[in-house]
Ligand binder design. Structure first.
Ligand SMILES: [Mn+2]
Length: 653
């Protein structure tokens, strides 16, 4: 996305002045000339209307400040490039720049100019950087005293975002309206009522209060029935008595608006969402994190869509609030999907949606991410959420599959926008993949039928006795039966054709030579095409798949249409094996077919050479080579018993 690109570009390092008034030694000639230039530039780019909304940089030139100017850290390229964009696209129109993006750009230019001016013309006290390696201070906090830095860093470590700044920002701060212009249409007055659930665990107080404030200010009061806070047994003191007081204050102004549910022990994200759903009473329930700010007009599109169809589960579009400076980064509208490990990911928008030529139209989505809105009773009918999920991960995919397979639909609504604060780190858990893996198996066992094999492949687990306790799934299986839900095969063919199964896997996992079982075949450096032997760690770079079609994949598993597997090939000359993208290998007619059985050699069908390991001399490690077969034996970690062998012709794509 254009705006994202601008933001993420790294500024050039060299200190430079804003415009062209630099002499050969790099010092600026004349402050007054620059002041005039800046003023002139500002007047040429910013309209009177802009000036009302965008603060004009303070151009106060006093005395000779050229020395300070030479130390300006804002890059000239950055300013010039932005100016360039503005000039090219000055007039908004059908082929020009989107008016909202234009305004964002102008804001950036104004901000940069202000920085230039402040850095140049005000005497600056430089504080020692106490935490040069902290993510918090990468782009923020240059003017903080040492004491302030310490306070801010402590809060950052505790919460994973900039609580020091949050505590100083107004609760009702404005955020940019990121909707498409056509979203600003009128919605009917008569819509279903709304309960908003905010779940939290040890969230910072100012964050929760800002979420509440945004909901009250940006939801029509006749539609907002209540806000239900769910505390998943926080330990922070301020979230007890002080929060209760705050709730009383709100309710004094808005009688009965705020409720709080407090868990008596830590029950996890999913159970917190279920508790919020149980406590709500309006027609529609929106279940959100507490580290959000809803944007203007967020509720009306949701409520009118659910009024049309009670079986639609809705995801608003997220924008990202930076964890450090709390600025809003607009995210592109996209659908929600997942890979075979069941990690959520963004999917491109379906062609059918573009064909509608209506940017306000709902987007059919295979899955959902975290934040959702639904008809309260319908959500209950299809089983709310799986309360057996632990901590984090998998619960969204579970909901996605269940909704589609059991007669509902999931849609992303481009006009409903919610700004979500992404933590730099999640203080409550170090390795999310442990809970994720367990929850993924739960989803696989209940909803995915034989396609569950793909989840076991992706996590490199044996299908029988994976050694992971995913809890009791019998009540979820009963629910699936009771609701008469469709198969995963139906789902993948009708809802998510972009997710690609691989039904021809014979063996998978790490691959070891019997000469030394401490080292594994590894895809080697990427980018690069030479597989190597490396100490076994069993991460995806060491995942090998041998297929009944006699191909051998190395390094992870393809999940989606646009990702490509990497195939082992024998170039036929030299002593090194070569990895090529499988579709390329087919096109080029490379030697990509292998004879292999567990405990035997890996021999290329065409060249008759073998994949083997050699030690060039006693002090060197083993190398992976192609050579005349000497009878070396290989084993791959796991064997597939039956999947695909029954109905291969049906599901192979
Ligand atoms: Mn969140």
């Amino acid at each position: 996305m254009f705006f994202k690109y601008i933001r993420s570009r790294k500024p050039a390092k060299q200190p430079v002045g804003p415009l062209d008034d630099r002499d050969t030694k790099g010092a600026l000639k004349d402050d007054k000339v620059i002041a005039e230039k800046l003023n002139g530039f500002f007047a040429s780019v910013f309209t009177a209307e802009d000036v009302r909304e965008i603060p004009r940089p303070e151009l106060a030139f006093v005395g000779d400040k050229s020395e300070e100017l030479s130390r300006i850290e804002v890059s000239r390229e950055e300013v010039l490039e932005l100016i360039d964009k503005l000039n090219i696209n000055k007039s908004p129109g059908p082929d020009g720049i989107h008016p909202r993006v234009l305004k964002e750009l102008k804001c950036e230019v104004a901000e940069l100019l202000t920085k230039v001016c402040n850095l140049s013309f005000k005497s600056k006290v430089v504080h020692r950087k106490l935490f040069p390696d902290s993510h918090l201070f990468k782009r923020w906090g240059a003017d903080l005293t040492e004491e302030q830095q310490t306070t801010a860093q402590d809060l950052f470590t505790k919460y994973g975002y900039n609580v020091y700044l949050s505590d100083r920002l107004p609760l009702d701060r404005p955020i940019p309206d990121t909707r498409y212009p056509r979203c600003m249409k009128k919605y009917p007055h008569d819509l279903p009522t709304l309960s908003v659930v905010l779940i939290f665990f040890n969230e910072a107080m100012s964050i929760i209060l800002r979420a509440i404030t945004s909901i009250i200010n940006r939801t029509p009061s006749h539609l907002l029935k209540e806000i239900v806070l769910v505390d998943d047994y926080s330990s922070n003191e301020d979230l007890k008595g002080y929060l209760d007081e705050q709730i009383k204050n709100y309710n004094a102004k808005h009688p009965g608006l705020l409720k709080i549910v407090r868990h008596q022990k830590r029950e996890g994200l999913t159970q917190a969402r279920i508790s919020g759903w149980e406590a709500s009473t309006a027609d529609v329930v929106a279940i959100l994190d507490a580290h959000i700010e809803v944007n203007v007009g967020w509720a009306e599109p949701i409520l009118s869509r659910i009024k049309e169809d009670r079986t639609v589960i809705i995801s608003p579009v997220f924008d990202n609030v930076h964890f450090d400076d709390f600025e809003l980064l607009e995210y592109a509208v996209s659908a929600d999907g997942f890979d075979w490990a069941l990690w959520c990911l963004y999917e491109p928008l379906p062609k059918e949606w573009y064909a509608l030529k209506d940017e306000t139209a709902p987007i059919r989505s295979p899955s959902i991410m975290g934040i959702l809105a639904a008809h309260r009773v319908f959500l209950g009918e299809i089983g709310v959420l799986d309360g057996g999920m632990h901590i984090y991960g998998g619960e969204n995919v579970e909901l996605g599959l269940r909704v589609w397979q059991c007669g509902g639909q999931i849609e992303v609504l481009p006009c409903a926008r919610v700004a979500h604060l992404e933590r730099a780190h999640k203080p409550y858990m170090l390795d999310l993949s442990i809970a994720m893996r367990r929850n993924a198996l739960r989803v696989a066992e209940v909803w995915m039928d034989d396609y569950k094999y793909m989840v076991y492949f992706a996590w490199n687990l044996p299908i029988e006795n994976p050694g992971i306790d995913y809890g009791d799934v019998s009540s979820r299986k009963e629910l699936r039966k009771k609701l008469n839900c469709k198969s995963f095969d139906w789902y993948i063919k009708n809802v998510y054709p972009n997710l690609i199964p691989l039904t021809t896997v014979v063996v998978y996992g790490t691959m070891k030579n019997t000469l030394n079982e401490n080292i594994c075949v590894d895809q080697g450096p990427v980018p690069g095409n030479t597989p190597i032997m490396y100490d076994c760690h069993a991460y995806s770079s060491q995942h090998v798949f041998y297929l009944s079609t006699e191909e051998m994949y190395i390094g992870g598993l393809r999940s989606r249409q646009n990702a490509v597997d990497r195939c082992l090939t024998d170039p036929g000359t030299g002593d090194l094996p070569f990895i090529e993208q499988c579709n390329e290998a087919v096109k080029k007619g490379l030697n990509m077919h292998w004879d292999f059985k567990q405990g035997s050699s890996v021999m290329n069908k065409k060249t008759k050479r073998c994949l083997e390991i050699v030690m060039d001399n006693l002090s060197s490690p083993y190398r992976l080579v192609m050579q005349n077969c000497t009878g070396q034996k290989w084993n791959v970690q796991h064997t597939v018993k039956d999947w695909g062998k029954r109905s291969r012709t049906n599901s192979v794509r």
